[in-house]
Structures are given as C-alpha cells and as structure tokens.
Design a protein around this ligand. Sequence first.
Ligand code: ADP
Length: 300
Amino acid sequence: MEISITSLNKIYPNGNQALTNVDLEIKNGMFGLLGPNGAGKTTLMRILVTLMKPTSGSIIVNGMDLDRNRKAIRAVMGYLPQDFRFFSKLSTWEFLDYVAALAGLKERKKRAHAVDEMLEKVGLFDVRDRQANKLSGGMKRRLGIAQALIGDPKIVIVDEPTTGLDPEERIRFRNLLSDMSQRDIIIILSTHIVGDISSACHQMALLDEGSLVFSGSPDELIDMAKGNVWQIKAIDSELEDIKSRYPVISTIPSDNGWDVEVVAKKLDGYPGTAVDPNLEHAYVNFMEFKLGRTWHGEAV
Ligand code: ADP
C-alpha cells in the first residue's frame, strides 16, 4: 500500500485554515502522526477516510485518486474515530457481525468465524452476548478497534489510540497493531501523546498549526536531539530557576533533591550529565529549537 498526499489544504467554512500545503508519503507499516491539539490531525484523518473533502490538493492511494474512487478506497479502510460510540442495542457479537457485513464479508459462516476470531483477539469473546453500549469504557474502545480491523482492511486509521485504555490494555493494543503491521497494510496512529508512537512505527510525521514540520523516522528525530538533553542534580531552591530557564522533561526525587531532565543546547551555571535522547526528548527538542518556540521567553 502507498498513500501519497500532495499540497493538501483545508479551510473550514468559518475561515479556519486547518491544513496548509501538506505533502506526505506513507508506505506499508505503522505510521505515527504526532502533533499538539489543534494541529490538524483529525482534519487530515477525516479527509483520508473520505468523511470530508479537502479545499485543494490531492491524495493518491495505490495509484488511485481518492476523490474519484471514494467507494473502492473506503472498502479497504478501517477507521477508529476519537469519539467512537454505539447507539445500537445490539449485543457485542451482533454489532461486530453487522460491521463485518458492511465491510464486505457476505458469507454468513465465514463472517461468524471472522467475528469470533476478532473478539478473541481483542479479548471480548467472553462478553460477546453483552449489549455493546453496556460494555465498560475500555471494552468499548476495544470493540472500536475490532470494528476498525474486521474485514481485512488495507489501511487502518486510529485517532488518539490510547484514549480510555489502561496500561495493560495499551500494551495489548500495541501488540495487536504491530502483529497486523507485518502485512501489506498501512496503519496510521494519530495522536498528541508521544508514547503512542511505539517502537513499531518506522515512519512518522509532525503536524503543527496545520503544517507538516517533520516527516521521517523516529530515529532521525532522535538524532536531532543528540547533545541537547541533560540531567541536572538539583536541590529544592534551584528547581524554579531551572524550570524558568529550560524546558523540563521530567523531575524525579533523588537522595539529596531532584534529578531534572532538561532540553538545552548548553547549560549555563548548572553542572549536568548528557542523556541519550528518547522520542519524548526529541519531540520537545524539535518544538523548542527547530520551530523556535519561546518556551522560556527567548526565541531560539
Ligand atoms: P487536532 O486533531 O490535531 O487536535 P483538528 O483537526 O481537530 O486538530 O483541528 C485543527 C484546527 O481546525 C483547529 O484550529 C480547530 O479549531 C479547527 N477546526 C476543526 N474542526 C473545525 C470545524 N468543523 N470548523 C472550524 N474549524 C475547525
């Protein structure tokens, strides 16, 4: 699978420009779309799943223009929106069976088998007879995942993947998706949480205020932060000053005070040890130094 997005713009009727000249190539595997709230992620996802048209620009899926082949492309897509809800009184099993029929699984026996299998996969088989809208929050989210994955989609889009999931469920969900991503499939995770971009995402992009500011591998983003992450051993009275000088990533209590991780090109006045950056550091580093955000009062 291949998705090719060119010069995509979206201006809402009230004049809000949610996307500005977005160019993006997405290939097989897991793709992480990261950006703060309001960056335009949901807008881009809704355009991709054909729920909304862009103001201008094009999207080509495997050589087919999305706008001219909406039905065919929709048939190979699975989508889990941020605010997925059930309005039906169907049981969990019936609901998934219904979605599977819509996804093109016509033959009853085969469909029933696929439904059973998917309910096993997401851990809902035991509650298959329970009314779908009476499931717990986490279970509803899992049923949402199941309905996005059923019918062998080639493109799966998940908006804010970990919303409503507890830590154990997050791991289960991540494993489920990375198992699936071994095939000819594109899985797009759209999120404002850096931790959702799992190690299985080999491709990622950063959206900010409607513009694509980075696209590449997580490792490339991490490389940019090398030499810019420090751990400072601080005492109570120094904490406020450190917070006002640098973007602080974490503050952990230690023997004589605090271990504070900061992003900075150099530390003036505080002795620090260099830290190997992770993706979270890399994201803050990018926002701070590449986008010139005035995190602590000075443009960089
Ligand atoms: P994200 O998903 O990254 O939080 P959105 O795509 O929801 O971002 O929003 C991007 C921008 O578009 C925001 O400034 C938001 O206020 C605006 N926006 C979203 N939906 C609408 C709408 N229906 N009408 C007008 N503006 C909108």
